[in-house]
Design a binder for this molecule. Sequence first.
Ligand SMILES: NC(=O)c1ccc[n+]([C@@H]2O[C@H](COP(=O)([O-])OP(=O)(O)OC[C@H]3O[C@@H](n4cnc5c(N)ncnc54)[C@H](OP(=O)(O)O)[C@@H]3O)[C@@H](O)[C@H]2O)c1
Length: 250
Amino acid sequence: MSLDGKIVIVTGSTRGLGLEIAREIARNGATLIITSRNKSKLKEACKLIDRDCYGFQLDVSKRGSLTAFIKNILKEFKAVDVLINNAGFPFERKIWFKKIHDISQKELMNILQVDLIGSFLMTKEILKLMIKKRNGVIINITSTPAISGHICGSPYSIAKAGLISLTKHIASEYGQSNIRSYSVALGNIYTDSMRVSLSKTEIVKAKNENIMKRWGRPEEVAKTIVCLVSDNFSFSTGNTIIIDGGKVII
Ligand SMILES: NC(=O)c1ccc[n+]([C@@H]2O[C@H](COP(=O)([O-])OP(=O)(O)OC[C@H]3O[C@@H](n4cnc5c(N)ncnc54)[C@H](OP(=O)(O)O)[C@@H]3O)[C@@H](O)[C@H]2O)c1
């Protein structure tokens, strides 16, 4: 699939899903902008991707960092064709397994600040460039509990549900400007963060939750995203694409 000539931003892309998405997009010919809060991680990831790749520091929860990032992008690139809001608050067991009545306001706000508000603010800035060009695709990485609910992890689900709404608004408000948007709702995808955060028993339990009885692979997500940003999806927008081995069927 050719993404030649496209300039693509993937947030939170020096490890896990973000890195895999970035690699697959670069393999398909796009110029890639990757981000991390950590400068040295950016260098390593650009080396690994080994294509047309530029690393920029970005903390989506800090207004100053966002402003500096946008300023740098404008200086270097002038246009952006694709934004993938992948950055997410790290999976923390002590928050994930809590029920609503035990969650502090700070825990809730920290997650909303990165996953939802950070993605909203990035979208708002990048949209201005896309509107000028009358072209663009914005993908929000979300999660199946945002659709189905879950027995724990409400701050993550609430943030990700907000992203599904954001996607629908981007599609509705900017469709006429030839800007498309999709939510990619993930089930259990076997990234390093999952591997180190969960016990062996939890890993087996998660594997058996879906009808395919396995974890998803990061490259399966990355390949779907390349299809979505390509012209093959040119008359489809606002949708939620579920990648979860068939656990949530709607
Ligand atoms: N893996 C799964 O099963 C699964 C399921 C559903 C949804 N998801 C979603 O998929 C995305 C990636 O998941 P993953 O498993 O690859 O997680 P991960 O390894 O924890 O990666 C999260 C990324 O987000 C970045 N990040 C965190 N806080 C940030 C901030 N304040 N500003 C900017 N970037 C920040 C991190 O970058 P730095 O630390 O380098 O700054 C990191 O690259 C997340 O949005 C997650 O919620 C994953």
